[in-house]
Design a protein around this ligand. Structure first.
Ligand code: SAH
Ligand code: SF4
Ligand code: F3S
Length: 456
């Protein structure tokens, strides 16, 4: 599909400001929107006041996430008024999961918004902007099939940096009872292997050394392979590992029911696959897991992790947890704490249950008061933090490979990630940015490691 370049001529360099909330999928989508619009004469700015087009790429996962969007819109309204007084135009677009969930409702609440675009419509941005400009009226676009989006996004990416995201799967069919994602991202769709490999090779040619494959349910990826046969996720990982200059592969987020033996096996022998797995458990109580519709019991989750660790004892694990799900008793919560102790995560995220409109859990009996959720969250977070510190401590004195993908405040300071996903602050010459180097770890803190580049 070709967009009409005439309506978006490159003569006037227009400024684009994108603000992104939520998960990595949104980060990836924001980069794709920038790719689309930069081909139509836009350049990026950090300053919303000077932007001709502002896009808010929003998250709806918890109430707090969506509230942030509305307060940001309040601020933007003031910029827009200022610009109008100065005779300048500004288009305000809301994209992402709040846009998908609210649709036209959003315009009623925020009438100065010009464009509401759902999660599958980003390739149509130039047309939609042209429509807003031509008719001087708001546009709402929230229903398109997901395959159109991937097919029609531009082939070339702007250089994505040493570590890049690549969406291989989108949407979710699991319908966990608390979650909005199946409604905001739609049904599961897996991109064919050829498309994924092409994009991976382009990124690698632009200097990317580490790819994180993205999907709401990434390990459920199953699609047409390059040989025409249907491939499981592990086969896609093998094919990606064959790209010579690609040095590291990660993926997220995985669902425990799709942690199959072939996937466990490839973690045992593929050195490019990093020894880190984010595998959200959500709860350690079978009663709560059933009420959440997670599709596994505590023992199944534990057994999957045991099998994985048996094959590769070096694996670091991470998880998400929800505390205060409706009906969660002290004993249920204690089982979550016990699961965390039994597994010993390298890191984990935990959230208070947030009732989301339209999800079954929002209407369940046994909603818990805020103070109980707060207490449980605090106890769980303390436990997780102590495990994280215990995981990091033995790294002091070790030499580990670090991909340097960020700059520090001072010259000679770079940031990077260890294979186990730890943040590492490194003293190293700036010329090493983008490389995987050996680092001697001097200090192992709770949240990060600090060290110095060593040769060899
Ligand atoms: N697809 C992933 C994660 C999706 S959202 C998975 O299945 O695990 C990221 C995390 O947000 C979830 O893992 C969950 O822990 C949390 N989350 C989702 N909905 C929530 C809600 N209503 N309240 C609190 N936390 C929620
Ligand atoms: Fe949401 Fe569950 Fe799907 Fe994850 S698996 S995106 S938590 S419905
Ligand atoms: Fe948020 Fe949507 Fe991601 S709700 S977590 S941005 S899929």
């Amino acid at each position: 599909m070709r967009h009409n370049m005439d309506t978006m001529s490159k003569e006037h360099d227009r400024k684009l400001h994108i603000r992104t909330w939520g998960c990595q999928m949104n980060v990836y989508d924001s980069a794709r929107m920038a790719d689309v619009l930069c081909r139509h004469g836009y350049s990026l700015t950090d300053n919303p006041a000077e932007a001709d087009l502002v896009i808010l790429n929003t998250c709806n996962i918890r109430e707090k996430a969506s509230e942030k969007v509305f307060s940001e819109l309040g601020r933007l309204r003031r910029h827009k008024i200022e610009r109008t007084k100065a005779g300048l135009k500004q288009i305000i677009a809301v994209a992402g999961c709040v846009a998908q969930a609210e649709g036209g409702e959003l315009l009623r609440r925020m009438p100065f918004v010009d464009l509401v675009l759902g999660t599958q419509t980003y390739h149509r941005l130039p047309e939609m902007i042209a429509e807003v400009e031509a008719h001087a009226r708001p546009v709402v676009s929230t229903d398109f099939p997901v395959e159109d989006k991937f097919d029609a996004l531009p082939e070339e990416n702007r250089a994505a940096g040493p570590s890049a995201f690549l969406a291989i799967q989108e949407g979710c069919n699991n319908f966990c009872t608390y979650c909005v994602v199946p409604y905001t991202r739609g049904a599961e769709y897996a991109r064919p292997a050829l498309q994924v490999l092409k994009e991976a090779k382009r990124l690698v040619a632009s200097g990317t050394r580490e790819l994180t494959l993205l999907g709401q349910n990434v390990n459920a990826w199953r699609a047409e392979g390059t040989d025409g046969a249907e491939w499981p996720f592990s086969r896609l990982l093998s094919a990606l590992a064959e790209i010579p200059e690609l040095e590291r592969i990660r993926y997220m987020t995985s669902h425990p029911t799709s942690l199959t033996d072939d996937l466990i096996e490839i973690h045992a022998h593929e050195p490019k696959l990093m020894p880190f797995l984010h595998l959200p458990a959500q709860s350690g109580s079978d009663t709560i897991l059933a009420a959440m519709n997670r599709g596994y019991a505590r023992t199944q989750y534990m057994e999957a992790i045991l099998r994985l660790r048996e094959k590769n004892p070096d694996m670091a694990l991470s998880s998400d947890f929800i505390v205060g799900f409706p009906g969660e008793t002290d004993a249920d919560f204690e089982q979550t704490m016990a699961l965390v102790r039994d597994i010993g995560y390298a890191q984990a995220y935990s959230f208070k249950f947030s009732p989301r409109p339209g999800t079954p859990a929002a209407l369940m009996e046994g909603q818990l008061p805020e103070n109980i959720k707060d207490e449980r969250l605090q106890a769980l977070q303390e436990l997780i933090t102590s495990h994280q510190a215990a995981f990091n401590a033995p790294f002091a004195g070790r030499i580990i490979p670090v991909l340097l993908d960020g700059h520090g405040n001072q010259p000679g300071q770079l940031h990077g990630r260890s294979p186990w996903m730890q943040a590492v602050h490194v003293e190293a010459p700036d010329s090493l940015f983008g490389n995987i180097v050996n680092v001697l770890v001097a200090r192992a803190g709770r949240n990060s490691l600090t060290g110095t580049f060593v040769k060899g």
